[in-house]
Design a protein around this ligand. Structure first.
Ligand SMILES: Cc1cc2nc3c(=O)[nH]c(=O)nc-3n(C[C@H](O)[C@H](O)[C@H](O)COP(=O)(O)O)c2cc1C
Length: 439
């Protein structure tokens, strides 16, 4: 039975978006198994609610030197390491964890190991064991490890919550969580040709509540200025064969305000680069979906799907229910949403294909997309007990060979499939989890 108590909280810590994507994929799978889920960054979760929730899944990568990612350290980890927390704090909590790391680093998956150990120390009980994904095995077992762990999570949750129904048929497209609502009565607004300025001003705007609470001292915030820099040199330092692409960039200040004198910078300082998509790509994408093109420059709003009745749950536990986009570009239109908030260069993920195939009108294209979604009717093998079993490794290889190995972007994939028609309301839902540009 569904109650608010049975909601599964999937909280992620992510530096470059992979954990965010896995958190969203897990949520999508659980929704097909009749579970209610909430996905949020670890830092956006209202920690006072942690004693009230029953089911928690943490998905977290390890950033440099075994550290947690930035969206998990400001509040979540600071709270978790408090010495005065009682060892019975999480006695009512059932949890499990998923780590993302790379075994070429000496501190492989340290962040999730620390989180998992601390949750146990505070009284949490394991729903099932932790899984640790290894970037070094992308295309050679990483995806299958994820899906095997998902199966364990599903069966453990089904038992705990008492769900006996068969999963929802994968031909059914789930309701989107977030809806793009176009104001069709309004006049068109100008969102073309200002991409650079828009990108910079978005970050100098007053942040919304989620950022106000962060621990950056006010005086420091006021001193933060964003500059428009031009790349004048871009040289790869690692050899072409090496798996890591380390570069030396020379940047020239082309904005009106001067940069701070050199002595103000120290080793370890970071440069934040605000990306946006090439306006020509956006034009191509809009023309690929003529229904999008017609409304591309009308103002839009992003709303939580009222049919899912999520607002009450979100309000009490996630501090910023509308934090999907915390500093939206202004004016927000389909064109500016696609330009500034969606990473079209991101490699397509299984979750992306999982949503995409529903919009294909052509049987052959649809079958192809289903293969990449890991739903091909052919990838089964017979296990030692004589039962039909999904061949996750074969699914993994298909996705790897088509998308990951040749570095295909979501934009390239979309343009390859002619028969797809995506309702404009669904645009955001399709891309959620692909990179962190949304925030
Ligand atoms: C600068 C940097 C440092 C990293 N340090 C570690 C590390 O210490 N241990 C580890 O297991 N993985 C490390 N990784 C690998 C990431 O955890 C891995 O690529 C992960 O999939 C990233 O997930 P995210 O996009 O959710 O942050 C590092 C990656 C980068 C780019």
């Amino acid at each position: 039975m569904h109650t608010k108590n049975n909601t599964i909280y999937i909280l992620y810590g992510s530096e470059t978006g992979q954990s965010q994507n896995y958190a969203n994929e897990l949520s999508y799978i659980l929704r097909y198994h009749h579970h209610q889920t909430i996905v949020s960054t670890l830092d956006d979760f209202n920690l006072r609610s942690i004693i009230d929730i029953k089911y928690l899944i943490v998905v977290c990568s390890t950033a440099s030197q075994g550290e947690l990612p930035r969206n998990a350290t400001q509040k979540f980890w600071k709270f978790m390491v408090k010495k005065k927390l009682p060892s019975i704090l999480l006695n009512n909590l059932q949890f499990t964890t998923l780590g993302l790391g790379d075994s070429s680093y000496s501190q492989f998956n340290f962040a999730i190991r620390k989180i998992h150990a601390r949750l146990l120390q505070l009284g949490g009980k394991e729903l099932c064991g932790r899984a640790e994904l290894d970037e070094l095995f992308a295309g050679r077992g990483k995806e299958s490890a994820f899906r095997i762990w998902c199966d364990e999570v599903v069966s453990s949750l089904d038992k705990h919550i008492g769900i006996n129904e068969a999963p929802i048929d994968n031909e059914v497209l789930l309701e989107p969580e977030w809806i793009v609502q176009i104001d069709r009565n309004s006049d068109e607004v100008v969102t073309k040709e200002h991409e650079l300025e828009v990108a910079v001003t978005r970050y100098t705007k007053t942040p919304n509540n989620s950022q106000k609470n962060q621990t950056v001292p006010t005086d420091q915030k006021q001193n933060q200025t964003h500059h428009l820099l031009q790349i004048t040199e871009n040289q790869r330092l690692t050899s072409k064969e090496h798996f890591q692409d380390v570069r030396r960039l020379v940047l020239k200040n082309v904005s009106n305000s001067p940069l701070l004198p050199l002595q103000n910078y120290e080793p370890g300082d970071m440069l934040e680069i605000i990306p946006f998509n090439d306006p020509h790509d956006i034009e191509m994408l809009l023309k690929w979906q003529p229904e999008w093109y017609k409304v591309a420059d009308l103002p839009l709003k992003i709303i939580l799907n009222p049919k899912l009745n999520r607002k009450t749950v979100l309000d009490s536990t996630i501090q910023t229910p509308n934090s999907l986009i915390s500093t939206p570009v202004e004016p927000l239109t389909l064109r500016s949403l696609l330009t500034h908030h969606i990473d079209l260069t991101h490699p397509p993920t299984r979750l992306f294909f999982n949503k995409l195939y529903h919009f294909s009108k052509d049987e052959r294209e649809r079958e192809k997309l289903k293969e990449f979604a890991g739903l091909s009717p052919h990838n089964y093998s017979i296990n030692s007990k004589g039962f039909k079993e999904r061949n996750y490794d074969a699914d993994d290889e298909l996705l790897f060979e088509y998308a990951i190995k040749p570095h295909r972007s979501v934009l390239e994939v979309l343009l390859e499939f002619d028969s797809i028609k995506i309702p404009v309301e669904f645009v955001l839902e399709l891309f959620v989890g692909l990179g962190l540009m949304l925030n």
